[in-house]
Design a protein around this ligand. Structure first.
Ligand code: CP
Length: 315
């Protein structure tokens, strides 16, 4: 059975717990004895190649999927945007994937914009497809690695209050958390300038708690996820942000050390990256003991390793 992961429609709570448990167990084993972990992985290596297609830029997601492939013994064939491919000659993304599937890869990992219909592509494939960031529609492996990191900190996340600060309207990370929070039982809220407020269409009709003042929002929160202003998704004709003033944004919504003091002592500070320092977050906040920003990147490899293994085995 094909085990694509485009969103959380087909993942139940018990499967998500298993993914997180296995990822954190792998992390423990890896940190205890890296050589033993890698040798065991090598012995059970899957052997074969997979297509990692990034039609939008990426550092963390791309390299963590490549790293996960390396640990599983799968050879990653990476397409990095258009460069050097027949996309430069006008071939479509759909045709590109169809032709690559003829070479029988183990799976596809795809990052693309909203204008590509990832669902339709996945439906036409025999190999599983894993969503590595689809426009503003979703980034499920990022949401999974976020909550795996919260489990590491808190053991449980049921009824925890997770605050997003920033551009939720254009954020695929927020979209995936909107889905995942309903399955895992955590509460979401956001604090953002009006231009970034959720609309009916991008909340799917779900009413999400909204704060106007970041201080009040941080007081409510157990964890805070600060978001990058998603400038690349603002020119869609509908949500053009006119003259977004970085200084005003920083003043009203930026997370700095003074504001971080309002967060609970066992609170957690996250950012999916890349970061615009001095706009949505100050560099000093990274030194706060509650910041898990680089821990997210570390955990991303373990989550993706488990997701790819599930995709290959069709579990
Ligand atoms: N968090 C995230 O998706 O980062 P990249 O765009 O660098 O992959």
């Amino acid at each position: 059975m094909t085990k694509s992961l485009l969103d959380f429609k087909f993942l139940r709570q018990d499967s998500i717990f298993k993914i997180i448990d296995q990822s954190l167990k792998n992390k423990f084993d890896y940190s205890k004895n890296r050589q033993k972990y890698l040798t065991e992985k090598f012995d059970e290596a899957i052997h074969g190649a997979a297509c990692l297609l990034f039609f939008e830029p990426s550092t963390r997601t791309r390299f963590s999927f490549e790293m996960a492939c390396a640990r599983l013994g799968v050879h990653p064939l990476v397409m990095d945007n258009l460069a050097g491919s027949s996309l430069e000659k006008g071939e479509s993304i759909e045709d590109t994937i169809l032709n690559l599937e003829a070479m029988k890869p183990l799976f596809f990992v795809v990052r693309c914009s909203d204008s590509t219909d990832m669902s339709e592509i996945a439906a036409g494939l025999n190999a599983p497809l894993v969503n590595a960031g689809w426009g503003r529609r979703g980034h499920p492996t990022q949401a999974l690695l976020d909550i795996a990191t919260l489990f590491e900190k808190w053991v449980a996340i049921d009824q925890k209050n997770i605050l997003f600060v920033g551009d939720v309207r254009h954020s695929r990370v927020f979209s995936s958390h909107l889905e995942l929070s309903k399955i895992m039982g955590y509460n979401l809220a956001y604090c953002a300038p009006e231009e970034f407020h959720l609309t009916q269409s991008n909340s799917g009709g779900t009413v999400v708690k909204k704060f106007d003042q970041i201080e009040e929002a941080l007081d409510w929160a157990d964890g805070v996820i600060t978001l990058r202003v998603q400038k690349e998704r603002h020119q869609d004709g509908q949500h053009v942000i006119k003259g977004l003033n970085s200084e005003e944004y920083r003043r009203d919504f930026g997370l700095n050390t003074a504001r971080a003091k309002l967060l609970k002592p066992n609170g957690v500070i996250l950012h999916p990256g890349p970061i615009n320092y001095g706009i949505e977050i100050e560099k000093d906040v990274l030194k706060d003991s509650r910041s898990v920003i680089l821990q997210l990147v570390e955990n991303g490899v373990f989550i993706r390793e488990v997701i790819l293994k599930r995709a290959i085995s069709g579990e």
